[in-house]
Design a protein around this ligand. Structure first.
Ligand SMILES: *Cc1c(COP(=O)(O)O)cnc(C)c1O
Length: 363
């Protein structure tokens, strides 16, 4: 069986260093907001090319904290793609603002920037851009629209650690960015974790307080904050894994290149391949076909495990029944036709070749 994602094998590559990191934390006697978190924040900020990184509890909380820090709340609208993981939209709901969904481009699966202008009202405060499946969204036109209407640009970079656009990494492309270190992400912790990156000094100061009960000084509270901290153990483990992020992303690109060159089947539509290959880190490799369910069971019968990212569009979720009447046909089509092939830094050449062979035999 070729697994979709083998986390055990991924982390086994670094087992010695990971165990040393956990021992270091255990022996330090300091488990919250200590040196590991500070060092990770410095290293990840340097990696992204930004002035500030604020470690937080997870990706959803990262996005929520950014919105809170910008004082976006009830009565405000935030533009977000209709084709995204539900967490992007949950963050907007959590602060009491209204998510305004915009259809994706059928080629890139990312937000269609040409549709944003018509959704902007006097209540719009921000565009929450998602770099879905590892591909950076087309930022130049989005940044222009945001400038024209004085909107904040917030990146949901949970699937795109290390991807590059305009010579800059994700996390440095808008006003602030939220990252997730959920174990299956390109940079994954061994538990929950997240981070916010920004070049905005004032925002960073506020976020450091907000993640820690709203406290800027011990036992003094400027804001009604949260407990949304990154813990020392996860920071120590992430420090190990950050060293290998570029190598891991390169391995993903090599597999993606093979898939793009060698999968030849007229029933299968391959993903967008950006001219600048660094624009994507292939968090997942998403193919499309009218016969998705039949293809998925065929692959399973042939020992290949696949996943659908995602089977139900956000506006069709029970949690968002107020949106059920809204119409997002492109998003719905994507959700019906997509299938994610295995792609990971530990996938062998033999596994990749077998996946290609089986796919090319699908009739
Ligand atoms: C994983 C993910 C999140 C949420 O991150 P968590 O750490 O699981 O809270 C948000 N947005 C996108 C696009 C994601 O893929």
């Amino acid at each position: 069986m070729i697994p979709f994602l083998n986390l055990k094998k991924i982390n086994a590559q670094y087992v010695q260093e990971l165990k040393e990191a956990t021992s270091r934390v255990i022996d330090s006697g300091w488990y919250i907001n200590g040196e590991e978190v500070t060092t990770f924040e410095q290293n990840f900020a340097a990696y992204c090319g930004v002035r500030h990184c604020i470690g937080v509890s997870n990706g959803l909380d990262a996005l929520k904290l950014i919105l809170r820090a910008y004082e976006i709340g009830p009565g405000d609208e935030v533009i977000v793609p209709s084709n995204t993981y539900i967490a992007s939209i949950l963050a907007i709901s959590e602060v009491g603002a209204t998510p305004i969904l915009v259809e994706p481009n059928l080629e890139t699966y990312n937000i269609d920037h040409s549709l944003i202008d018509s959704k902007i009202t006097s209540s719009t405060k921000a565009i929450l851009v998602v770099h879905l499946y590892g591909l950076v969204a087309e930022m130049n036109p989005i940044l222009e629209i945001a400038k024209k209407h004085q909107l904040k640009v917030i990146e949901d970079a949970a699937q795109a650690h290390g991807a590059i656009y305009n010579g800059k990494r994700t996390g440095d492309l808008g006003d602030a960015a939220g990252f997730s270190f959920y174990p299956g992400k390109n940079l994954g912790a061994l538990g929950d974790g997240g981070a916010i990156t920004t070049n905005d000094d004032k925002l960073a100061g506020k976020l450091i307080a907000l993640r820690n009960y709203g406290s800027h000084k011990k036992y003094e509270n400027l804001y009604k904050g949260y407990n949304h901290r990154l813990d020392e153990m996860q920071a120590a483990l992430l420090l190990v894994k950050l060293q290998y992020l570029d190598v891991d992303n390169m391995r993903r690109r090599i597999i993606a290149k093979k898939y793009l060159e060698e999968i030849i089947n007229s029933t299968i539509i391959l993903p967008h391949n950006p001219i600048n290959t660094e624009q994507t880190v292939w968090h997942v490799f998403v193919i499309r076909t009218k016969e998705r369910d039949r293809l998925q069971s065929y692959l399973l019968d042939n020992g290949i495990h696949t996943v659908i990212h995602y089977p139900i569009p956000p506006h069709k979720q029970e949690a968002y029944k107020e949106m059920k009447q809204e119409c997002f046909p492109i998003s719905e089509q994507i959700h019906q036709e997509i299938l994610s092939l295995p792609i990971s830094p530990v996938q062998t050449n033999e596994e990749t070749a077998e996946i290609i062979r089986v796919l090319n035999n699908f009739r």
